[in-house]
Unconditional design. Sequence first.
Length: 693
Amino acid sequence: NVHRTEEQLEVANNELQLLKKRVEKMENERSKLKADNERLELKLCEVASELTEEHSSSNLMSERLEAETKKRLRLEKDVKEQQIKYKSLQESTEKMEMELLCAQSDLNGDLNDELENDEVGVNLYRIKYERAMRELEFIKKRALAQHEHDLEQLIGLKKQLEKKLSDAYEDVEEQRQAVGEWKRKAQKMTNEMNDLRMLLDEQCSRNNSLEKRHRKFDSEFQALQDIVRQERQARERLSREKDFLFAEKSTLEQNLSDVRLELELKDEKYSMLQQELAEMTFDGVTEEEIAHLKRQKMELQRRCKEQEEDIDEMAAQVQMLEQVKLRLEMSLETIRKESRKEAQQREDEIEEIRSNCYKKIKSLECQVEQEHEERTLILKEKHELERRLRAIEENERAEQAAEETIIQKLKRDIRKNKALLRDAQCQLESTKNESILKTQLRQLRHQLEDAEFTRCAAVKARKLAENELQDVQQVLEETQRARVDAEEKATMTLRERNELQAQIDENEEEMAELIKKYSATVKQLSSDQNIIADYDIRVSELESENKSLKENILDLTSRLASVESGGEPCSNIQGKRLELRNKELESRLEFEQATRVRIEMQLSRHKESLEKAQNELSQIRSKEINAQEALKKSHKSIRDLREEIGTLANKEQESHSKQKSIEKQFESLEAECNSTRADLRLALQRIADLQQA
């Protein structure tokens, strides 16, 4: 029992060391979590500052957009004013032409009247008429030149305004795209802020739980220290009691053997004395018989001396036997120490196994936390990829709409150019006036310039489409990389799952070994209880023997009273010795009863330690159940990762199909551009032919 308590104390010390290590580890984790919390707070501050900067930049961009819209409205107003002026000039020219026609008709009427009235001044009026006609032609030419000059100015203004409008539209589109990008970035930053806040809340909750666990651990550690102190004191007290019990046991065994020998001698002497008393009380005793009795008495005294010498020799032999017994006890003590060492080694092995179990459980918890963190990172990457895919889809839709508008515009321009060419051919065939040809040529040149401008816009749109295709390809490459990373993470999780399964198998084996050792300790405890029961039976037997010895001693004292009155000092001394030994036996019986009570207390303590071991076993089983649950969670996370990988693969296929459709649209746009270029070349050739004609 004492050895077992020492082993339990050593186990408690080892548990204290493990708890100290756990405390240090928890403090390190707490410091790490504090550092992570500070880092996250700094990152949160940086993100908030970036968000404010982006908000201010978005405000600036919105102000610029408002200014651009105001400028565009002003330019549209100027264009409308110029159109109104152009219409007013056209009306004024028409009025002037009508006035010229009216004046010409009036002049013709006046001349006819004058010719009828006065034929004399015909030549004079003819000269005036010719002069007026020349003036009218001069005025007409000047009006036409002025009209052409005004038309050229209006066309130039129109081109400038159209260029400004196109530039303004491009700037507005760029500003809109920038605003959209800033909005997406702001949305992304808000999502990241929310994720960071969630992580910060999780870290705060973990910190609070760790602080609670730390406080609970401190209280448990203090209680364990008190228990260890009490166990140490009890161990010291038990070691002292053990030494005292060994000494008392040896003395009791020696005294019991001496008492038994003396009782046998006393029985023999008692029988001899009874015979002598019977002979002495016999009637008709003669002198010869008295002399015979005296001789017998002398012989008995001589025999007593011989017996005393034998007793001394026996005492020397007893001392020798006691020395041999002490040697045997020392050898037994060495054997017990060796057995203690072996038991200590076994306990150390058990403690190492337990510490390994704790470490493995802790590593499993760390792995579960790492898997949780990796899962959060994968979810973040998933959200990021979804955002990118949405942005790509929006860009593709906008590009498709822009391409469709450009294609429609180009088709309209081609139709317009074809119609203008047909009109030019018809007008060239119908009219041969140089001024009309010049105006038509100018109009055709302007239309060619417009076509060149549209061609440049189409080239720009093509370049934008190529850039967007490159962006789409980059996004596809990034998605493929993310898919590869996700597959690698899935393989890593599968490996970790296999490792966890192997660790759980090892834990089960160690649990089986622990259960075997627990059953062995229970068997040992039952054997100790049997030994204690045997010891109780032995104590009861000793008590019964003590009672019988007391009765025999009382009989002997009553019988020896007559012999002591006869003056035999040896019998008196032996009676005193018997009384002293009786008292010693009584005191030893009391001591045995006290030791019995102590042993019962030790038995109760051993039962408590057994209950503690059972509780530890239940805790280990609960931890094993938790590890199995964590393994199930990891299985579930692996399934989720596989599903996410499948969704990513589907999205990648969709993006590939969209890329192919965009490439087909791009090829069709290139074909249409080539056809428009060919039409433009034909138009230029026809214009050159017209100019040569």
